[in-house]
Design a protein around this ligand. Structure first.
Ligand SMILES: [Zn+2]
Length: 267
């Protein structure tokens, strides 16, 4: 592939591949803007199975198990715009700076991703231009439009985490993930703890940083939006009923947060 063709996304996504961006409720009036970087686990046909066995491609290393069901229902219940990304994080991780070594991981947890080894610069660029760039450009456009319309925007980035990582069991049911925002994370933490039956992680199981994250620093912090990440433990949302219950719980919690931040918005 010639370098000048590296931006031709048709080289990565063919006619049978779906577009990377999935949206729900684009006309939703909620102040919440939901993003889901690890929503799907598709692989462009041309990349085959990335050298992985089928059971690796359904594991948490490929996507955020259960979060798609939660995000879809939550978006409907809140009337909130959801922007999600359908391709596997193993193709390109949409929550990593493209310069980070983990952007196109060669190893994830203990699994070697053979299809990501020794990639030429144009192959790396093709993944970025076909998947990462359009997804983040779309989030940017939507934030631009909301700002132009003077609509309040609270960015919530939805994720799920594996109950056991590298042999260590994680006790939290849910966690808030944040860095610079001082508004939403404390409200969310308070509301989640008030539920009474949850072990709530405060920047657990991860904290957000400019080096390891993209969506919160770039679309939340750099744009001056109130923001937080939310991580739900995957065993709680592995099936449809769990996804429904957690979406309902989050819709109630976020509804309370909205009433605190924007009283009277829904008049
Ligand atoms: Zn995630």
């Amino acid at each position: 592939m010639a370098l000048e063709d590296a931006g031709d996304t048709s080289l990565l996504l063919g006619q049978t591949d779906v577009p990377p961006i999935h949206e729900d409720n684009a006309a939703g009036q909620s102040p919440f803007l939901l993003t889901c970087d690890h929503y799907g686990r598709l692989i462009p046909r041309v990349l085959g199975d990335l050298g992985l066995a089928a059971d690796e491609l359904t594991r948490h290393i490929a996507w955020d198990i259960g979060i798609a069901g939660v995000a879809g229902t939550l978006s409907r219940q809140l009337g909130a715009h959801l922007i999600a990304q359908r391709y596997s994080r193993l193709v390109i991780d949409c929550n990593r700076p493209p310069t980070a070594p983990s952007s196109i991981p060669r190893i994830s947890e203990a699994t070697t991703i053979r299809g990501n080894e020794g990639l030429a610069r144009d192959a790396v660029l093709a993944r970025r231009r076909a998947i990462f760039d359009p997804y983040h450009r779309r989030i940017d456009e939507v934030i631009d439009q909301r700002m132009a319309e003077k609509r309040p925007t609270i960015l919530v980035s939805l994720h799920s985490f594996t109950p056991v990582y590298a042999g260590v069991r994680r006790p939290w049911h849910i966690g808030t993930l944040y860095h610079r925002d001082k508004t939403l994370p404390p409200l969310l933490l308070k509301a989640l703890r008030a539920e009474g039956d949850l072990v709530v992680g405060d920047n657990e199981p991860y904290a957000v940083s400019d080096e390891t994250d993209y969506t919160i620093p770039v679309h939340g912090e750099a744009r001056g939006l109130t923001n937080s990440g939310i991580e739900i433990r995957q065993d709680l949302i592995a099936d449809e009923s769990g996804q429904q219950q957690w979406a309902e719980r989050l819709a109630r919690v976020l509804g309370g947060v909205e009433a605190t931040l924007y009283p009277g918005l829904r008049g």
